[in-house]
Design a protein around this ligand. Structure first.
Ligand code: GDP
Ligand code: IMO
Ligand code: MG
Length: 423
């Protein structure tokens, strides 16, 4: 069997958590492949509203195995807290959540280094979630990191202290006050919590399950425009958020990748610093933020809002080899006077339609205006009841991106999901 990959095509928060939860019953295994607790994936069903940071969004369904893959970085403090809130909602969580031995650990000193680095950057700060993501991946690629598999070895405390000492030396470069003791105790409690779960060679497990005919959905975090190689560098995260990241982050060969489900909001948001060509700093942007409740699921920061950017989306579709598109938050566009989409950028060197090397603040969007609709969508159950202008909006996007839209989401709840006929 193949691994289908669901990933974000914008700057994160496209609604991955919601849609993974909806699609989970079609799979045997759900596996996160990169990122860490910088992610905030929201789910809603019955009366439950939940935000997941490290644990895959398939965890609420009864029959699926969930895996935290080798490409993920885990903060034991966040993990323990997350498991704590899930215990009352999920039966036998330890039976259905497996963790890769090769996933790296975020140390308390990684969080401190993240904060120190951001504070030293001043105006040029990345706008990091301050969860220690950058420093943890730096230690991974610098070949200093601690891995989940190390928990099982007798020398774990020594390894921890050796890495901590390195971090303390680094921290001397910064004029930054910190209190390690505030985190350390909780961190070791988190380590004990991790030990209660099955710590496995997840790449071997996954490939054996595929051979047996089991189906897998790989869940991305962040989004393509935050990818370490192809995002709006340096305003990016520190992992490979694109489809190729699912191969390295789970240990599956490229030939095993099946459908690539690219998810995007009907408009665009970004949280943190960095260029955002279609950002609306006017009342329309404020209306999108209010109606869409655009506040970060991890940090609570207001998200910057703007119109859909088809130049950026086309680039994301290309990088990921997207086979199906999923549009979320279509309901938020109801009632706007007009709807605009960006189809090109005006730059100092003329009009371009390819995503440029440097997405500087001087790039200006070239817009097309499309018909708007007044009807509220949150109660719409089937494709035939979608307003005409929304159908036209979808067709316009499909034509531009040359990929069909297979799902339209019209609200945060599981039920508010409409499948479209493809083909
Ligand atoms: P993720 O990081 O990609 O999982 O997305 P987040 O959970 O950070 O942000 C998406 C937000 O939009 C969450 O609050 C979801 O509950 C909500 N959401 C998801 N899909 C829809 C939708 O179709 N309509 C509306 N109104 N909200 C949605
Ligand atoms: P999900 O999975 C939106 C952004 C941060 C910052 C940049 C780097 O919920 O879509 P980091 O903490 O990774 O060093 O921050 O990336 N960022 C996200 N933005 N959604 C996310 O995750 C994000 N994870 C990181 O705001 O701009
Ligand atoms: Mg999110």
């Amino acid at each position: 069997m193949k691994v289908d990959v669901l990933l974000g095509l914008q700057w994160g928060d496209e609604g991955k958590g919601k849609v993974v939860d909806v699609l989970t019953p079609r799979y045997d295994i759900i596996a996160r492949f990169q990122g860490g607790p910088n992610a905030g994936h929201s789910l809603e069903f019955n009366t439950i509203k939940h935000v997941l940071h490290t644990i895959p969004s398939g965890i609420f369904r009864p029959h699926q195995i969930n895996i935290i893959g080798n490409g993920v970085v885990i903060d034991p403090i966040v993990f323990k807290r997350e498991v704590g809130t899930l215990r009352s909602l999920v039966d036998d969580i330890a039976q259905k959540l497996f963790i890769s031995k090769k996933a790296h650990l975020i140390l308390p000193s990684h969080r401190i280094l993240d904060a120190a680095s951001e504070s030293a950057k001043g105006k040029t700060k990345i706008g990091s979630t301050l969860r220690g993501i950058g420093p943890a991946y730096m230690d991974k690629t610098g070949r200093n990191g601690l891995r989940v598999g190390d928990l099982l070895s007798a020398g774990f405390r020594e390894k921890y202290h050796a890495l901590l000492e390195k971090h303390q030396q680094l921290l001397q470069q910064y004029d930054f006050q910190y209190k390690l003791a505030d985190y350390e105790e909780g961190w070791f409690e988190g380590i004990e919590e991790l030990k209660k779960f099955e710590i496995i060679d997840s790449e071997v497990f996954i490939n054996k399950e595929l051979k047996k005919g089991k189906t897998i959905l790989a869940e991305g975090a962040q989004g393509t425009l935050l990818d370490i190689d192809f995002g709006s560098y340096p305003y990016v995260t520190s992992s490979s958020t694109i489809c190729a990241g699912a191969c390295t982050g789970l240990g599956v060969p490229p030939t095993r990748i099946g459908e690539v489900l690219g998810i995007f909001k009907a408009y665009c948001t970004r949280v943190g610093s960095g260029p955002f060509p279609t950002e609306l700093t006017c009342e329309t942007g404020e209306n999108l933020r209010k109606k869409g409740q655009e506040f970060g699921a991890t940090t609570g920061r207001p998200r910057r809002c703007g119109w859909l950017d088809l130049v950026a989306l086309k680039y994301s579709v290309m990088l990921n080899g997207v086979t199906q598109l999923i549009m979320t938050k279509a309901d938020i566009l109801s009632g706007f006077e007009k709807i605009k989409v960006c189809t090109a950028y005006r730059t100092e060197n003329g009009i371009i339609s390819d995503f440029p090397y440097e997405l500087s603040d001087t790039v200006e969007p070239v817009y097309e205006e499309l018909p708007a609709w007044k009807e509220e969508l949150s109660g719409v159950k089937s494709a035939k009841d979608l307003p005409g202008p929304l159908k036209e909006y979808i067709r316009y996007i499909e034509k531009h991106l040359e990929v069909p839209v297979s799902i339209v989401s019209v609200g945060p709840n599981r039920e508010q999901t409409i499948e479209l006929k493809v083909g």
